[in-house]
Design a protein around this ligand. Structure first.
Ligand code: NAP
Length: 489
């Protein structure tokens, strides 16, 4: 079934399961506040926050004000905050107890025609329970949507099971699987750059691009998330979703339109064309690392295995590097180098597209390729690195950047990714959300890699906290005559 193209904002009830949680306080509620502050929410729009804590709505608002204020102190405006609070309702219920959904029913019942969004910002283990809970309580209307946070399963089998349970209650057009990277302006700009300009499309292929690197580097270690992280690892936490989503946007064919179905069709094709990594190919084309002690940004960092909540003999990887390839006419032979890690030298999310060298240089200089650099974090910047003659008598070429700094180019403030995503869910625009087939295709590629690591008992290679990962990661890319671009370009 295709969606309509009317994405105006209708009156809504946003039901936020996990309303007292970290994500709600740091991202979701601030995102809604910004949109309220900018008068972009319809008057009839409520936010119903749910958690177990026994709080009145007034107590919840006080807790929310304190928490949110610390995250958005600069942008905080007393008068719009007061009217934002009028939208907020709090329900202290245990979502594993069916009778307690009746309280939610009483709140929702007066507005059966409103858009209803059930936003599941709880531990993934509760997703199915909540879906059954709202269904059995008769709360799912034709105008209802469900939004899910990652991770969606821990392998193909569990992801299929979750998707089947979702499908028992909601149809695919009602399901919004979130990868918040897709809400980032630079990621959407990547699509604008590729499909809104004539310049790039003719050279966006194997004949002109030698390799592509995608890095998601974090300075943070496991911090307080050991319970979750030690069961998960970088492959499931970052590669299966964020890194593959960035690869897909870079590699997809031009969709026939910006309609969600058209965009998702092309994304799914890329995931299905990923060359499978199985058996020895996994050992040759992946690197698994785990940080040992070191220094990040001048501060000492304890080794992963010595962190609170982590098993002393943990095999969980905190770093992954992969050489991925896509079996298609456009990308045959072009390596996509992916890497992500914790406690690395810098916090940086960056895509580097290396173009081929000039076939013959008439200048007396080492041949360095043109590069397109798309940085998502910490700043949102797109740079095209080209060569020009430096000033002076000599014909000496220097690298210069054609820059697009979003902060300088556009007056509007930088949005948090969730603003766009939340409003898209209310509008019913699924373009920036994952289809179940994308999730299936991504796990189908990831599962054999993890299985091979288990089968060969591939122990993560240690790397010093504050470095760029294990030396094996540089060796992986060097075997392909490439090198990670690590200096700030
Ligand atoms: P969190 O801080 O642990 O919050 C969990 C929320 O669920 C709390 O509000 C908790 O409230 C509520 N809850 C737990 N059991 C409940 C029950 N039986 N009945 C009612 N409410 C219950 O988790 P989070 O960090 O916000 O993460 C939420 C989801 O987002 C997870 O799926 C996570 O993987 C995903 N995610 C989080 C981040 C992030 O930056 N935090 C980033 C990406 C994805 P009470 O304890 O009061 O019941």
């Amino acid at each position: 079934m295709s969606q309509s193209n009317d994405y105006s904002l209708a009156p809504f009830d946003l039901v936020l399961f996990g309303g007292t949680g970290d994500l709600a306080m740091r991202k979701l509620l601030p995102a809604m506040y910004f949109r309220h502050h900018e008068a972009q929410l319809p008057e009839d729009g409520r936010i119903i926050c749910i958690a177990r804590s026994d709080l009145s709505t007034e107590q919840f608002k006080a807790q929310m004000a304190e928490s949110i204020h610390s995250h958005i102190s600069k942008e905080f405006d007393e008068s719009s905050w007061a009217t934002f609070c009028d939208r907020i309702h709090y329900l202290g219920i245990d979502i594993t107890v069916q009778e307690q959904y009746e309280k939610l029913n009483q709140l929702l019942a007066p507005h059966p025609d409103r858009v209803r969004v059930f936003y599941l910002s709880t531990a993934p283990g509760l997703f199915s329970r909540i879906c059954r809970g709202v269904a059995d309580a008769g709360l799912v209307t034709d105008n209802s949507r469900v939004a899910l946070e990652k991770p969606l399963g821990r392998d193909l089998e569990s992801a299929v099971a979750i998707n089947d349970e979702l499908a028992d209650v909601f149809n695919e057009e009602q399901i919004y699987r979130i990868d918040h990277y897709l809400g980032k302006e630079t990621v959407q700009n990547l699509m604008a750059l590729r499909f809104g300009n004539y310049l790039f499309e003719p050279i966006w292929r194997r004949e002109h691009i030698s390799d592509i690197q995608i890095t998601i580097a974090e300075q943070l270690g496991v911090e307080s998330r050991a319970d979750y992280y030690d069961q998960t690892g970088a492959m499931r936490d970052m590669v299966q979703n964020h890194l593959l989503q960035l690869l897909v946007i870079l590699a997809m064919e031009p969709p026939v339109s910006i309609h969600p179905d058209a965009v998702r069709d092309e994304k799914i094709k890329v995931l299905r064309s990923l060359k499978p990594l199985v058996g020895r190919d996994v050992l040759d084309n992946t690197v698994r690392g785990q940080y040992s002690g070191g220094t990040v940004d001048g501060k000492p960092v304890t080794a992963y295995r010595e962190s609170k909540g982590v098993a002393p003999s943990s095999f969980t990887e905190t770093f992954v590097a992969i050489k991925a390839e896509i079996d298609s006419w456009r990308w045959q032979g072009v390596p996509f180098f992916l890497r992500t890690g914790k406690s690395l030298h810098e916090r940086r999310t960056e895509i580097v597209v290396n173009f081929r060298n000039v076939p013959h240089s008439i200048f007396d200089m080492p041949r360095v390729p043109n590069r397109l650099i798309i940085r998502l974090q910490p700043e949102e910047i797109i740079k095209l690195q080209i060569f020009a003659k430096g000033r002076g008598d000599e014909m000496r070429l220097q690298s210069v950047n054609l820059d697009l700094d979003f902060n300088e180019a556009f007056e509007k403030r930088q949005m948090i990714a969730y603003e766009r995503l939340l409003l898209d869910i209310i509008r019913g625009n699924q373009t920036l959300f994952n289809h179940r087939d994308e999730v299936t295709a991504a796990w189908s590629w990831i599962d054999p890699i993890i299985e091979t690591w288990d089968q060969y008992q591939v122990e993560p290679t240690p790397y010093a906290a504050g470095s760029w990962g294990p030396p094996a990661s540089s060796a992986l890319i060097a075997r392909n005559n490439c090198g990670w671009i690590e200096e700030c370009l």
